[in-house]
Design a protein around this ligand. Structure first.
Ligand code: MG
Length: 157
């Protein structure tokens, strides 16, 4: 049996916050505003896994009103959701994700992100694709006011 899921996430970028993407700190003057470490890439992938499981979304499983998750690292939340899939007898076949960020360029971070994600999902590096785009100066993403990510995940029993 195959199950497919889709996820997306956006965070505002603000001064004075670290920028975390794919579990990797990115050298940037601005970072994601929001709950936990505001890792839009991991949030999109986590939502995609939950979607494939028909298990709602991140906010259902890790509500920001619960102090337990206030400063939770997103990589741990992804690991928990991967465990939920394993409990259902499902494993990750592959992940494909795209991050949209105007600056900095993410190319030098991509391999580290893939390694972190693959480890959290307990899959081979070759099962995790991360792509990086800019928004060509258009809209809030293009003006560097936000970071956004999309992901699809395939699970198999
Ligand atoms: Mg988020």
């Amino acid at each position: 049996m195959f199950r497919i899921g889709i996820g997306n996430d956006t965070h505002r970028l603000v001064a004075g916050r670290p920028l975390m993407l794919g579990g990797v700190p990115v050298d940037s003057e601005r970072g994601g505003q929001g709950h936990s470490d505001a890792d839009a890439l991991l949030h999109a992938i986590t939502d995609a896994v939950l979607g494939a499981l028909c298990e709602g979304d991140l906010g259902v499983h890790f509500p920001d009103t619960d102090p337990q998750w206030k400063d939770a690292r997103s990589i741990e939340l992804l690991g928990r959701v991967a465990w939920l899939a394993h409990e259902r007898g499902l494993h990750v076949v592959n992940v494909d994700a795209t991050v949209t960020l105007e600056r900095p360029k993410l190319r030098s971070y991509i391999l580290s992100m893939r390694e972190k994600i693959a480890a959290a999902l307990t899959v081979d590096l070759a099962c995790v694709s991360v792509k990086a785009k800019t928004n060509e100066g258009l809209d809030a993403l293009g003006q560097g006011l936000a970071v956004s990510a999309q992901a699809v995940v395939l699970l198999e029993s």
